[in-house]
Design a protein around this ligand. Structure first.
Ligand code: GDP
Ligand code: GDP
Length: 436
């Protein structure tokens, strides 16, 4: 059983503030943008090595308090049903309200472990006010917290993780690549997805709407496990009448955040467009793996040089980014569509691999000796030692005497050499220069 924590409580007590602190993402903020309905929010969080899913029920409760009986009660009940633990949030500054008491009644009926978080206890004198909430008559201890400054949240979480039904010490999806398909409207994203869905019947789970915003579908293909992160916008397009474009951009940004590798689909007839370039540079900054799929290749009249010309055009638009694999495919003719997925899995492996320090130093120090950093203002610059540091994507620390004097052109030389010797196709590589 999964560890799922639901945060409930009346509006404005600080639920989404706490949620954001837990998942350290800006999801809730994004959804407050006009034109997008704020819906249920899910995130993945960790406390002292235990992993859990958090539900912020704040999105349900947008109406006034007199709507409690109908909408709120129904929605909160749903969230509580899904949860294994409930954090009931109240507001120290407002004190105990009638609305809080109504919530407490719903919660008492649920029989789930409940923790009362008395929020906005920013200072010790405010914490004293928390005692008032024993008046709710719940069996729970009251935890004074400050979602804003973090005070008391550690004590609360220490207790919450103790009642988890499962160990939950690991992200169940850790080590399995999360892949997302993005691209402009009409490039063939849904067709691609359907082609994969249609021929591949070994779907392990389809968690649609159960634990996340985006749909995560797990597959096995040629013995490789992977998860397709699909944004609701991709499959249910046209559902949101206004702001479709805006909504789908928000959705793909979120999918991007949740993924390890992004497949950027472009239309062969239209070529690489500025939106694609923007998306790729965003993905690069986020350290995501990437594969470019040039779809509808069947529509192009070809000779032996066509694909090279295409590649050249793409690289020119992406310069200086030159490490992303490009695959020419046709979903219509089922040409190379599995190759795209295989490549994405390979890119994930590149993204997560670790180069042995001894090997890294052997090879790179030799390259540095062969072409040392040019001296600046008569100062000799020496790189002494290199190591790959733990990070979300391949990052290398170069220890040197004068890190501030390593020029950009030399950094590019080093990056090229790293790419040449240790395959990092499809992934951004970061170089860090430290003083030693
Ligand atoms: P929600 O409607 O329950 O999700 O509440 P929000 O998270 O949107 O917070 C409502 C308001 O309370 C916002 O203005 C927050 O900045 C504020 N708030 C949240 N947590 C704290 C806190 O710990 N201390 C103080 N002083 N204000 C807080
Ligand atoms: P999406 O908006 O990116 O999801 O694009 P769709 O999957 O809805 O495809 C848009 C149109 O392109 C549809 O009419 C598809 O049949 C067509 N299409 C998709 N892939 C190919 C392809 O490889 N070749 C050709 N000729 N048409 C394709």
């Amino acid at each position: 059983m999964a560890n799922i924590v639901a945060i409930v409580g009346r509006p404005n007590v600080g639920k989404s503030t706490f949620f954001n602190r837990l998942v350290e993402k800006r999801q809730a903020i994004m959804d407050n943008e006009p034109g997008v309905t704020r819906d249920r929010h899910y995130g993945y969080a960790e406390w002292i090595g235990k992993f859990f899913t958090v539900i912020d029920t704040g999105g349900f409760v947008t109406g006034s308090e007199d709507k409690f009986e109908s909408e709120i009660r129904k929605q909160v009940k749903l969230a509580i049903d899904e949860a294994s633990v409930v954090i009931f949030m109240v507001d120290c500054r407002d004190g105990l309200t009638g609305f809080d008491k109504e919530f407490a009644n719903v919660l008492r009926a649920s029989k789930k472990p409940i923790f009362v978080a008395a929020n906005k206890a920013d200072t010790p004198d405010k914490s004293i006010l928390a005692a008032e909430f024993y008046g709710l008559g719940l069996d729970s201890e009251i935890f004074p917290i400050s979602a804003e400054n973090g005070g008391g949240t550690g004590d609360l979480l220490d207790e919450v993780v103790k009642v988890f039904p499962s160990e939950g010490t690991e992200d169940p999806e850790a080590g399995i690549p999360k892949i997302t398909i993005v691209g402009r409207p009409n490039v063939g994203k849904s067709s691609f997805l359907n082609a994969l869905l249609g021929t591949e019947r070994t779907i392990v789970t389809d968690e649609a709407g159960t634990t996340r915003d985006a749909i995560h579908t797990r597959y096995k293909l040629f013995g490789k496990d992977f998860i397709l992160v699909d944004t609701a916008g991709v499959r249910k397009k046209g559902k949101v009448k206004d702001d479709v474009e805006f909504y789908s951009v928000l959705r793909s940004l979120r999918a991007l955040e949740e993924s390890d590798v992004v497949i950027i689909v472009i239309d062969a007839e239209r070529g690489m467009e500025s939106q694609d370039v923007n998306l790729i540079s965003l993905a690069q900054r986020q350290g995501k793996g990437m594969v470019i799929m040039v779809n509808k290749w069947d529509l192009i009249e070809k000779d032996s040089k066509t694909s090279d010309k295409f590649k050249k055009d793409i690289l020119e638009k992406l310069a200086p980014i030159d490490y992303i694999p490009i695959i020419f495919a046709s979903v219509l003719e089922k040409q190379r569509i599995f190759q795209v997925v295989e490549k994405a899995v390979e890119v994930f492996e590149n993204k997560t691999k670790k180069v042995q320090t001894s090997k890294l130093n052997d090879i790179m120090l030799r390259e540095i000796e062969h072409y040392p950093p040019p001296s600046i203002k008569g100062k000799l610059i020496q790189i002494k030692y290199i190591t790959q540091v733990n990070a979300r994507f391949p990052s290398f620390a170069f220890f040197c005497n004068l890190p501030q004097y390593i020029q950009e052109s030399y950094q590019r030389y080093l990056e090229n050499k790293i790419r040449e010797h240790f395959t990092f196709e499809g992934v951004p590589v970061r170089l860090i220069f430290r003083k030693k």
